[in-house]
Ligand binder design. Structure first.
Ligand SMILES: [Zn+2]
Length: 252
């Protein structure tokens, strides 16, 4: 498997992320804060039925065109927990349809090494994580499928219905997970979070679990070591199969 290496020196410089709750100052409870997103440019507005989402440039971009996407109620950005149930899963799928080409939409639930664990948001970035190159060779007809070629248990589907049902199940079980969408595919990465920090200070979120190696110094860790570390935070293939059977018994 070929990893996409991204050197991101900006990643460590996150004064807000290091203080729990402070992102809500910018998003929902301090409209006069100089960095409030009410004062930031809107890159795009998305509509899913009557629901509106707005995209903003990420404060700490990893690379290229990196946006945060939040629900907008006409006046502000209502406080919602960073969790994805069936309904939120459907909204994520609705947004995925509206992403520009070559852009991945993703989500880190609370507990899945989310950078902002307190306020519901999605992110988009214009790169193609390696897992999506692999999916291009799989049939889109199966309701849910475990990607056997991946080093740990991840689940792919081209069905927004099955995707949102799987998200709902993981949410009900309080299982942290990442979700990604691109090219008509959804990828779900159920997580386990081992106690204590991981080596090299790696905090693998959705992009890392999909094969993007984001490190201040990407050469400091070999691809093999990176895979080994991320696999410690994921479930085995066998457990991913069990989840597929619960959500879609016909997945086989
Ligand atoms: Zn909030």
């Amino acid at each position: 498997m070929k990893y996409l290496l991204i050197h991101s020196p900006g990643r460590k410089k996150r004064p807000f992320a290091s203080q729990p709750g402070t992102y809500c100052k910018l998003f929902c409870n301090d409209p006069h804060h100089p960095d409030s997103i009410l004062n930031r440019p809107v890159t795009k507005e998305y509509r899913i039925g009557d629901t509106v989402f707005r995209g903003f440039p990420n404060l700490y971009p990893i690379a290229g065109c990196h946006n945060m996407i939040l629900k907008f109620d006409g006046e502000g950005y209502p406080h919602l927990p960073q969790a994805m149930d069936v309904e939120t899963g459907k909204e994520f799928a609705g947004l995925a349809e509206q992403m520009p080409e070559d852009t991945v939409l993703y989500f880190n639930s609370k507990g899945a090494y989310a950078s902002i664990p307190e306020h519901l948001h999605f992110q988009s970035i214009d790169l193609k994580p390696p897992v999506f190159h692999l999916l291009g060779r799989l049939p889109k007809t199966k309701p849910l499928q475990v990607v056997e070629q991946w080093p740990f248990g991840i689940i792919a589907t081209a069905s927004s219905e099955h995707f949102s049902r799987l998200a709902g199940l993981l949410n009900e079980r309080n299982r942290p997970f990442n979700a990604l969408a691109m090219d008509g595919w959804f990828v779900v990465v159920p997580r386990v979070v081992p106690p204590g920090p991981l080596r090299y200070g790696i905090k693998p979120g959705a992009l890392e679990m999909a094969g993007v190696k984001i490190l201040e110094d990407a050469t400091a860790v070999s691809d093999e070591e990176f895979i080994r570390i991320t696999a410690q935070t994921a479930i085995p293939h066998s457990e991913a199969h069990k989840l597929c059977e619960i959500v879609a018994p016909e997945s086989g």
